[in-house]
Structures are given as structure tokens and as C-alpha cells.
Design a protein around this ligand. Structure first.
Ligand code: BGC
Length: 746
């Protein structure tokens, strides 16, 4: 057997003189003319067992790691992690220097680089950018955050979130892209595409049915396979199709009795066998519960040891070697794990174009974050055209939400340290998943800049009477309400504190009141009928203040549409209670998703409920006419054409949405599904013909017995509009009975 160190020295010496052609001779995995599969296989065949095992376990938190006994984590690994882990980052996996395989430096998450103490640019929350209904927005955002990540030394991004907002109170909905599989597929797919275009590995997470945060490490999500395939898994399947993520992060929860990270159905049968995933399944931090069961059921990389209440170092060299010796894990499976981890390092360009620490153009990044916010904020209500603010609005009261300091962001592993630091220090909770962070992008300061002719006065709103008095003597009042969400905690839909009372008192004092909502997801608005104008800003990111001021003043025409339904009351939710809600962690609970694939607007349609604001809803300062809807069968897709005209006076954009309905015999989960959408931008008076393709899976149901999709013969009704409850035109198409395999063509 070759001595790894000596042959490493020899290789290094040779490399110093080698041209790239010669290098490809010595190290065939460096031959860029070979496919990523071939390169990964060649590298695996050159690796020792220890090198392979080095790839399958990742580490974090060197201070804790050094306290681990040497027989669990070797002294050599500890020294390597201490030397190379980027302080405050999510994780590190050693490379194989003698073979030119780089280490993996992992960073959270979907809105930007999250490293404690490293100031970086934050995109609006993922739910916010989903509201743009424009995958170019998330793709552009992905490129921006990947540029910052590469310049910070990272090559693996733990983005993007793909869980559906099945539970509107889920405390991580802000990290995901809404309640609909097509929208999530397109929007998270765009983000991952953008990130990977910058030669990083990106991760779809949290795989799968990780739809509540309460008891997230113990909850068993129970759901039928067809329902899962038509909802949660369909969202991931579309992300996968549209972006080919290099990795998938298995979730904390159990699905139908098995932990997600050792779930044969999810990891082996669906992801790897049916979809043909060539990348690796990495665990969420602390989500592994076994060695051979997890390895055999599809987990390829145990990450983030010793973080997050881990249950054991299940993929340590010592444990895996024992499993190999006993026959519990086959050597071929170890090779497969290494191959899967190496594949995206070659396929996505990580090896050929290594990340380098360097300067970051923060102004360029901020411009991307601002554009993303301006495309994403949703004008929910605008009676009597109160917005954009009239030229006659000379005195403006801005109230609450720390709008004098900045905009709020979500807590937990996605929370970016903003440039300039936290604008509002000391709010509760101060510890994980806090601290509560306000990005220093003040809507008040921005308003003063955009509207220099007005007198803008800010008051905190802590004293409701004083706030109402200020509103009364002002031409208009703008109240900011905020809802903080953090990883690991679900949220009630009610706004915290006295914010509802504040809004009610201000609008009573001045009927020209606008409410700006900065929330993680849907909230209840008991004051919605009284307030004439409402702008949903979600968590609007690094330039949120400027984006809000630009929209309120009409400098930018709002064009966001809701990626989630806003319920009228808690009585409309599919689950009255979240099991284990606001109880100490660790209680064993289960949740039966009996609503199946009827999530969000589909659930409202099934029940005949009228939400407060419907999925897809969003207003503009102009109007659009959507007409001439035509549909034809083109190959396996249904192709839809229609025309959109801007009939108003200003330039603007709308999200044109095509919904599909089937006859009852088709057995769909709900009366209609979003089939596709297009963001259409038009100058006043201009019109455009738009084409949207409807994926055949959206016309089908999943048949478990044959592992296939079935489109029933019959009439399918297509409707077009600017919201799921604002459909203006329709057409029908006849479809023949069609059956196609759930196994992807390779
Ligand atoms: C989160 C993941 C995150 C990981 C690493 C976990 O707590 O669930 O989303 O990527 O930590 O920070």
C-alpha cells in the first residue's frame, strides 16, 4: 500500500511543475474534459478509507470540539478544524490536499452569509422574495449572496429553503418561499441556480415535511405518500428539476415514523432512485440518530458535530469502521457517500474555481437587495388611492416598529449580521434564536430623503395616546407593526404587544392611516377593515427602509403578490393546535396532516373559506387587463397563451397567474391548483402576449401502487388572473388519459 503522506509529498512536488494537461495525467479527476461523475469516481478510487471517511463527517464550534475525547474525534481532526474552521460559521469538512480536493466551508443561509460578527448584506426574507413572483429576483439574489460567500472563503451554501407554508404559524416560514409547490419550485430554484452559478454547492432544505418548529427534533409528521408527493415533495422535486442542487439537507423531524436523516423512503426511494439525485444528503445540525441505519437509508454526510444536542458521533471514523467490519455498512456504500459528496464539488465548479477571500462590493450588493425588496413588497389594500402619498401630504407621522432605526429580520441560523450592526440592541429574546436584529435601514430616514418637502415626525408608539395625537395633527399617519420569528419557535398569528391597539387608535385619530407590516409570515389584522392602506413588507432586508419609502411615495410601483394566504381568523387554519406549541423542547409528538396536499389557498377552497387576503393577491398603482387565454397540449406540457395590457397611467408589473381545475373524478386535493405564472412588466398603454407552460405533474395525481403520475381523461378548466381570488378570464382544454413514471428520465 502507498504511504499517503509520502505519495502526497511526491504529488505536491510534481504538481509544482505540472501543466494542466500533465496534471490531468497524474490526477485524472482534474481532467475537466471528463464528466463530474467520472472525475468523482476517479478521485474516490485514489482515496484511502480514512480519506473517504474524512469527507462524510463535518464539524463546527472548535471550542466545543476540542473537549471531545480523542477516540471520538482524533487529535488530527481537532487540530485541522481549529486551524481552518471559519470562526462563527456553520461548519467545516476537511479536504484531501494530496489529491487537490478542497475542504468544504459551509455557510448559512438563504438571505445571505451568516457568520457571527461578520457583517454582510441581507436579501429580503425568502418569503418576501417569493412575493416577487419572479425567479430572476431570487436568481440575482443568489448570485449576490454567493459572491459575498466566496469572498468570505465559503464554497458550500446551506440555502435554500423549500418547505411549504403548510402551517401558517411555522416560525421558519420566512426562510421558505410560500404555500404552493410551483411557486416554491420556481423561486427557491432561482436562488439555488444563482448561488451555484458562482461555483458553490447549494443545499435544498429541510428535507422533508419539516412544517412546524414546535418540537422540531421529535415531531413525527404523518402524511400519506400521494399527499406528500403532490405537496411537500412536489415542491422539492420542482426545485430539484429547476436548479440541480448539489446537496439536500435532511430535517430534524420524523416522517411517518422514521427520522428524516434515516428515512429510506425520502432519501433512497424518492430522492436518489426516482429523481436520480447525484449529490449528497447532509444532515441538519444534530439531526442524526444512528450510523448504519442512517448510512444505509441515504445519509451521506453527518454535519455540524458537536452542535445542537447531537445524539452521538455516528459517522466518526471509529464508528463507521466498526460498522464496515461487522458488515452493517458495505464498502460500496462508503464509496457511494464519497462519490456523492465529490460530485457537486466537480459539477458546480468548486474544485476548478476555488473560493478566495477578497474584497466585497457592498454597494453593488445593497443595490441587489434593494431591487429585490422593491419587486417584492405587497400592497394589500389601497382605498381611495391613499398611496402613493399625495404631493399635498406635507406632515407625515411615522409611528412604531423602530422605523427610525431600521427594519426587522428573522432569528436563528438565517440571521445575517447586518452592515453597521444591530440597529436596536437589547430586545428580547437576547439569546438563541435571538438576538432580535434590526437592520440599520431606517424607513423614516429614507422617507425624509425621498420626500424632502414634507415634515416627517417619528414617535415610538409605546404611548398610544401620544401616537394618536401626533396622527391627528398630521396629514397622514404611517404605522409600522412588526412580528419577529425565529428558528425553533412557532408563532401565533396575532401581533405581539399593543400593536393592534396602536393601529386601531391611530386610524381612529386620522382616517388617512397606512399600515406597514414587517412580519415573518401571515398575521391577523383585526383592524384591516378600518385601515385604508396596508403594505406587507415581510423582512425587507439590507435596504428595506429605502424600498418601503420608495413604494409609499410612488417612486417605485409595488408589484409583489402574496406567496401565502392571510387567514381571516384562527378558525380557518387546518390545525387548531400545533402539537407541543410553546412547550419545552423534547416532547414526543406527532401531527397527522389529514388535509393532505390541500395547503393554503387549496384548503380555503376546499372549505369555502374567504381569507383576509388571498394567495397571489397584490395591488399596483396601475391597472392591468388580462385577456385572450388560450391553451394547447404541446408534448407533455399544456401551453397557455394570454395577453396582458397596462391600462393605467404609470409603468408597472403584475404577477399573471394561471390556475387549473379538474373534474371531480380526477380526485384532486382541491378545486384548483396554480399551474404557472409570469411576472409581466409594462409601460402605460403597452401590452404583451405571454406564454406559460404547465408541468404535467400539476395536472396529475400520484398513484402509489405504480409509482406514477396519472392525468385522468376529461375537461380541464384554466383560469387567469392577478390573484387566486381575482380570476378574470378562463378557457377549457380536453386532455386524454396519460400515465407517466415518477422515475425521472436520466
Ligand atoms: C438549521 C439549519 C442550518 C444549520 C446550520 C440548523 O439549526 O436547522 O437550517 O443550516 O442549523 O447552522
Amino acid at each position: 500500500m502507498k504511504h499517503p503522506i509520502r505519495s502526497g509529498l511526491l504529488a505536491t512536488a510534481l504538481l509544482a511543475f505540472a501543466s494542466s494537461a500533465a496534471l490531468a495525467q497524474i490526477q485524472p479527476w482534474m481532467d475537466t474534459s471528463k464528466s463530474p461523475e467520472e472525475r468523482a469516481a476517479a478521485a474516490v478510487s485514489a482515496m484511502t478509507l480514512d480519506e473517504k471517511l474524512g469527507l462524510v463527517m463535518g464539524y463546527t464550534d472548535p471550542e466545543q470540539l476540542v473537549k471531545e475525547p480523542d477516540e471520538v474525534v482524533s487529535a488530527q481532526i481537532k487540530a485541522d478544524v481549529v486551524a481552518h474552521h471559519i470562526k462563527g460559521s456553520a461548519g467545516y469538512i476537511a479536504g484531501v490536499p494530496r489529491l487537490g480536493i478542497p475542504a468544504q466551508w459551509q455557510t448559512d443561509a438563504s438571505i445571505g452569509v451568516r457568520v457571527a460578527g461578520m457583517e454582510r448584506t441581507a436579501l429580503p426574507s425568502s418569503l418576501a422574495t417569493a412575493a416577487s413572483f419572479d425567479p430572476k429576483v431570487t436568481e440575482m439574489g443568489g448570485i449576490m449572496i454567493a459572491n459575498e460567500a466566496r469572498a468570505s472563503g465559503f464554497n458550500v451554501f446551506l440555502a435554500g429553503g423549500g418547505n411549504l407554508a403548510r402551517e401558517p404559524r411555522n416560525g421558519r416560514n420566512f426562510e421558505y418561499t410560500g404555500e404552493d409547490p410551483v411557486l416554491t419550485g420556481e423561486m427557491t430554484g432561482g436562488l439555488i441556480r444563482g448561488i451555484q452559478s458562482r461555483h458553490m454547492v447549494s443545499t435544498m432544505k429541510h428535507w422533508a415535511v419539516n412544517d412546524q418548529e414546535s418540537q422540531r427534533t421529535t415531531v413525527d409528521a404523518r402524511i400519506s405518500k400521494p399527499a406528500m408527493r403532490q405537496s411537500d415533495l412536489l415542491a422539492f422535486e420542482l426545485i430539484y428539476d429547476l436548479s440541480s442542487p448539489g446537496s439536500a439537507m435532511c430535517a430534524y423531524n420524523l416522517v411517518n415514523g422514521d427520522w428524516a436523516c434515516e428515512n429510506d423512503y425520502l432519501n433512497n426511494q424518492v430522492l436518489k432512485q426516482d429523481w436520480g439525485f447525484k449529490g449528497y444528503v447532509m444532515s441538519d445540525w444534530g439531526a442524526v440518530h444512528s450510523s448504519s441505519k442512517a448510512a444505509n437509508n441515504g445519509l451521506d454526510q453527518f454535519t455540524g458535530y458537536p452542535c445542537c444536542g447531537h445524539h452521538g458521533a455516528f459517522f466518526s471514523a471509529k464508528t463507521l469502521k466498526a460498522d464496515i467490519a461487522s458488515g452493517a455498512i458495505a464498502m460500496s456504500r462508503i464509496d457511494d457517500m464519497a462519490q456523492r459528496i465529490l460530485w457537486p464539488l466537480f459539477a458546480k465548479g468548486v474544485v476548478d474555481d476555488p473560493a478566495k477571500v477578497g474584497p466585497i462590493d457592498f454597494n453593488a450588493s445593497a443595490a441587489v437587495a434593494q431591487t429585490a425588496a422593491e419587486q417584492s413588497l405587497v400592497l394589500l389594500k389601497n382605498e381611495n388611492d391613499l398611496l402613493p402619498l399625495a404631493a399635498s401630504a406635507k406632515t407625515i407621522a411615522m409611528i412604531g416598529g423602530h422605523a427610525d432605526k431600521g427594519v426587522i429580520q428573522g432569528g436563528g441560523s438565517s440571521g445575517v449580521t447586518p452592515i453597521g450592526g444591530n440597529a436596536v440592541v437589547g430586545l428580547e429574546p437576547k439569546t438563541w434564536p435571538g438576538p432580535v436584529v434590526y437592520i440599520p435601514s431606517s424607513p423614516v430616514a429614507a422617507m425624509k430623503t425621498v420626500k424632502p418637502d414634507a415634515t416627517v415626525t417619528y414617535i415610538s408608539g409605546d404611548n398610544i395616546k401620544q401616537a394618536a395625537a401626533l396622527a391627528k395633527k398630521s396629514d397622514v399617519a404611517i404605522v409600522f407593526v412588526t412580528q419577529w420569528m425565529g428558528e425553533g419557535i412557532d408563532n401565533p398569528l396575532e401581533l405581539p404587544g399593543n400593536q393592534d391597539a396602536l393601529v386601531a387608535a391611530v386610524v381612529k385619530a386620522n382616517p388617512k392611516t397606512i399600515v406597514v407590516v414587517e412580519s415573518g409570515g401571515a398575521i391577523l389584522m383585526p383592524w384591516a377593515n378600518q385601515v385604508p392602506a396596508i403594505l406587507e413588507a415581510f423582512y425587507p432586508g439590507s435596504r428595506g427602509g429605502a424600498a418601503i419609502a420608495n413604494i409609499l411615495t410612488g417612486k417605485v410601483n409595488p408589484s409583489g403578490h402574496l406567496p401565502i394566504s392571510f387567514p381571516a381568523s384562527n378558525a380557518q387554519l387546518a390545525h387548531a393546535e400545533i402539537p407541543g406549541f410553546h412547550k419545552p423542547d423534547g416532547i414526543k409528538v406527532s401531527i397527522s396532516y389529514d388535509e393532505g396536499a390541500a395547503i393554503g389557498y387549496k384548503w380555503y377552497d376546499v372549505k369555502g373559506f374567504k381569507p383576509l387576503f388571498a394567495f397571489g393577491h397584490g395591488l399596483s398603482y396601475t391597472q392591468f387587463n388580462l385577456t385572450n387565454l388560450k391553451a394547447e397540449l404541446a408534448g407533455s406540457d399544456v401551453k397557455v397563451n394570454f395577453s396582458v395590457k397596462n391600462t393605467g397611467k404609470v409603468s408597472g408589473a403584475t404577477a399573471a397567474q394561471v390556475y387549473v381545475s379538474a373534474e371531480p373524478a380526477a380526485g384532486w386535493e382541491a378545486p384548483k391548483r396554480l399551474g404557472g405564472f409570469a411576472k409581466v412588466k409594462l409601460e402605460p398603454g403597452a401590452s404583451k402576449t405571454v406564454e406559460v407552460k404547465i408541468d404535467p405533474r400539476l395536472l396529475a395525481t400520484y398513484d402509489e401502487a405504480t409509482n406514477s403520475w396519472v392525468i385522468k381523461a376529461g375537461t380541464y378548466h384554466l383560469s387567469l388572473g392577478e390573484a387566486s381570488d381575482r380570476l378574470s378570464t378562463a378557457t377549457d382544454i380536453q386532455l386524454p388519459e396519460t400515465r407517466f413514471s415518477a422515475v425521472h428520465a436520466r
